[in-house]
Every structure is written in C-alpha cells, then in structure tokens.
Design a protein around this ligand. Structure first.
Ligand code: HEC
Length: 173
C-alpha cells in the first residue's frame, strides 16, 4: 500500500468519526461576532510558545551540524575520547604513565612488534595491528601491561567508529 493510499484511508476514517460525533451533539450555536473576536484574541497567546521553543532548539541543531563538518582530526579525537579510550591511553608525550600504553610512538612500536617472535597476533601491517588491538586486545598483550583492555569494542562500536579510531591512531608515529 502506498503512503498516499494510507493517507486517504486515514483521512476518510477521521471524517467518518467526526461526522458520527457531530450528529450525536446538539447543533452548535452560530458564533456571535463577540465569540469570533475572543477566538482571535486567544489565538496569538496560544501560539507564542512553539516558535520560541523552535528558536531555542536551533542553536543545538546548528552546533551539531557544525561539529560534523568540523576539522577531521578533532572529529577523530572526539571518537577516541567518546569511546572512553582516553581513560587508559594518553595521547601526549609528557603524560604520566597510564593503565594502557601511551599512544605516542604507537606506529613505530607496532611496526617493530609485528616482526618480533614474541608477537602472538595475526596482523602483518601497522594498520591491521591497530585494528586487531581494538577488536581483539587479548590476542597480544603489550609487554609490561595487564590484560585489562575491554574486549567488547567489536560489539559496542560501529565498524565506522573502529575505522575512525584506526585512522586516528595511525597518526601517532
Ligand atoms: C581499561 C583500560 C583501557 C581502555 C578503556 C582501553 N584500553 Fe587499549 N589498552 C589497555 C591496555 C592495558 C593495553 C595493553 C595491554 C594489551 O595489549 O591488551 C592496551 C592496548 C591497546 C593498544 C595496543 C597498544 C600498543 O602499544 O601496542 C591499542 C591500539 C589500544 N589499546 C587502543 C584502544 C582504543 C582505541 C580504546 C578505546 C576504544 C582503548 N584502547 C581502550 C587498556 C585500555
């Protein structure tokens, strides 16, 4: 059934209901000029609120769209922070040691570790290593760290968010 057909059915059903109702009611008195004037007076006060609400929601809507079109790198940074990664991983060189490795130097570390006999994962490129570290953090646990990174990101993040995280972390040379 097309949308137009549905609309026609809904409209005719509403008409039937309305006609049924009015036939039960006593005939309405014809509005006197005073009634009409009162209705006109009431209308503006009733309709002042919706436009002001719409105006209030406007800045939020434009804020969202401006952040979506904002700088690509700050957008990726926001994904990293929004996913909670920042709680365990520092992204600046001078940060104090965290629960997880500092992301500075990640790309060089990854390039070395995938060649190392100690590496237990399946990645053959830096990009694959970062992706694997996010979706399957226990396949290889970075030496000197505890295996505490949540292994649930594959389920809780979208494929797009994971690619954005990989793209972001690839900038940490
Ligand atoms: C609860 C703390 C915690 C959170 C939250 C966390 N991680 Fe980790 N992460 C770790 C720890 C600890 C390690 C090192 C042990 C390991 O390899 O599992 C690690 C390892 C990594 C590695 C490999 C680092 C390296 O030097 O080889 C990457 C990449 C990574 N995490 C990315 C992320 C991303 C992206 C997120 C957010 C989606 C995240 N982590 C959230 C604790 C965390």
């Amino acid at each position: 059934m097309t949308t137009i057909q549905k609309l026609v059915i809904i409209c005719s059903a509403t008409l039937v209901i309305l006609m049924g109702c009015s036939s039960d009611l006593a005939p309405l008195p014809t509005p006197t000029p005073v009634d009409v004037a009162l209705q006109r007076l009431n209308q503006p006060t009733e309709t002042t609120e919706p436009p002001s609400e719409a105006q209030q929601s406007d800045p939020a809507a434009s804020g969202e769209s401006s952040s979506a079109t904002g700088g690509e790198s700050s957008n990726l940074e926001a994904v990293f922070a929004g996913a909670g990664c920042i709680a365990c991983h520092a992204v600046t060189e001078d940060a104090p040691p965290g629960v997880g490795p500092n992301m500075v130097g990640l790309v060089d570390f990854a390039a070395e570790i995938i060649e190392s006999p100690d590496y237990t994962g399946k990645a053959t490129t830096v990009e694959e290593y970062i992706h694997e570290s996010i979706v399957d953090p226990l396949i290889f646990v970075v030496p000197d760290y505890q295996p505490v990174m949540p292994a649930t990101y594959q389920d809780t993040l979208t494929e797009e968010q994971i690619s954005q995280l990989v793209e972001y972390l690839l900038t940490f040379k």
